[in-house]
Design a protein around this ligand. Structure first.
Ligand code: TTP
Ligand code: MG
Ligand code: MG
Length: 407
């Protein structure tokens, strides 16, 4: 009956979620907080008492809620969305810091970029989480995926100046989202298709992303609390109680069926320009003409990049010889490339890698093209560039203190 999922078998999808994101973001730029219970809430913050290094919950007056708490504070009972006054009663000595969204967004971009370097099929799911389709990188092999997930975790920690994340691996988004939460913090949880019942069925229905408090309440009245119990319900009964599509969705979810794809919201990954000549050009004899063409292509490409507000990490050339055989060469200069001069310089470096002949078919070309790829927004380029420079100059530990944008 559940063979519907079979045509999607063989996928491996990761869900990665940062641990206690806002709180750990504060720890990155203030290592003195390490090991202490820390909560984040409100925008304005409270002042520390004389003699105190950090403000504590005890000083808070108001009606706000916590956005999150680190794991030390969670051990004292604090959690996201808890009224701050209530938290203050539970843990008056826990530290309370105001939220600084710009800082969290900066770290968010950094951890996502780091993962994207290792596996490009990344779907953004908000400030602290992403899905990554690893099928191509791993050929559907879970051992390879575990290895890649470990490297992604290390890359995230490196790129954020020490933050940890938790990763779930399975054949679909739904299961991986559940899995990433199983061993927080700093977890890596794998649910192979054959393990779905063993690992997922004992969990509460609320662990399924999309089964909210209302549905949980209704299910409880039907005597359904675990995912196994949900899976045991006749699909028609679920349809009747919850509506056609939601009922069917619940049923499929409880059986580990989720056909959703990892969708990339990103812009086109590359832009290219090329010219086919009226007459084939000899690479030596028509050198001046070819240079002219190269300059024109670079000029157009730089305008394309400007229009799309992107910089390129990689520049490539395409050459088609008179026998119609084509080849490409590319280069990643290390600096982001945007203007025509930089493009020409990079394209020349690529052309140097092409083995042209003095005579014969590989001495004349009928087409020349330039491609800009690994495109990035100027803002992200600036962040990456700043991070690189600081890393080179001072070493990783200093990085985030320098980027700090708090008042
Ligand atoms: P989560 O990923 O849900 O939580 P978390 O990262 O703090 O902790 P963990 O994943 O380790 O369980 O949310 C990410 C951030 O979103 C969180 O750090 C703060 C913010 N947030 C809120 O502002 N309000 C909320 O109710 C929740 C749940 C999160
Ligand atoms: Mg999180
Ligand atoms: Mg999250």
């Amino acid at each position: 009956m559940f063979s519907v999922g079979a045509f999607l078998a063989g996928r491996i999808i990761a869900h990665l979620d940062m641990d206690a994101f806002y709180a750990n973001a504060e720890l990155v730029r203030n290592p003195a907080l390490k090991g202490l219970p820390v909560a984040v809430g409100g925008r304005r913050g409270v002042q520390p008492l004389p003699g105190q290094q950090f403000p504590t919950l005890a000083q808070y007056q108001g009606r706000g809620v916590l956005t999150t708490a680190n794991y030390e504070a969670r051990a004292l009972g604090l959690h996201s969305a808890m009224p701050t006054m209530k938290a203050a009663k539970l843990a008056p000595n826990a530290i309370l810091l105001p939220a600084d969204f710009e800082w969290y967004k900066t770290l968010s971009r950094q951890f996502k970029a780091a993962v994207g370097e290792l596996a490009p099929n990344v779907e953004d799911r908000g400030i602290d989480e992403i899905y990554i389709d690893l099928t191509e990188e791993t050929d559907g092999d879970f051992e390879a995926a575990i290895d890649l997930a470990r490297r992604m975790k290390a890359a995230v920690t490196h790129a954020t100046g020490g933050m940890t994340c938790s990763v779930g691996l399975s054949e679909n988004k739904l299961t991986s989202k559940i899995a990433s939460d199983l061993q927080k913090p700093n977890g890596l949880s794998v649910v192979r298709p054959a393990q779905f019942q063993e690992i997922i069925w004992p969990l509460r229905v609320g662990k399924i992303n999309g089964v909210g408090p209302k549905a949980q309440e209704k299910l409880k009245l039907m005597g359904v609390q675990t995912i196994a119990e949900l899976a045991a319900q006749p699909v028609d009964l679920l349809r009747e109680r919850f509506g056609e599509s939601y009922g069917l969705w619940m049923h499929e979810s409880a059986h580990g069926i989720d056909r959703r794809e990892v969708t990339l919201y990103s812009e086109p990954k590359s832009i290219s320009r090329e010219t086919t000549f009226e007459h084939d050009m000899h690479v030596r004899r028509h050198r001046d003409n070819l240079t002219q063409v190269l300059l024109q292509l670079a000029d157009k490409l730089s305008q394309d990049l400007a229009r799309k507000q992107r910089l390129a990490k990689t520049i490539g050339v395409k050459v088609r010889f008179s026998d119609f055989k084509s080849l490409t060469r590319d280069t990643t200069p290390g600096e982001f490339v945007a203007n025509a001069d930089e493009i020409v310089q990079a394209a020349r470096a690529c052309l140097k890698k092409v083995a042209f002949d003095e005579k014969g078919v590989h001495s004349t070309i009928r087409l020349l093209g330039i491609k800009a790829s690994h495109l990035i927004t100027p803002a992200d380029a600036a962040i990456e560039q700043a991070a690189r420079e600081t890393r080179n100059a001072k070493g990783q530990a200093q990085l985030f203190l320098d980027l700090e944008d708090a008042p």
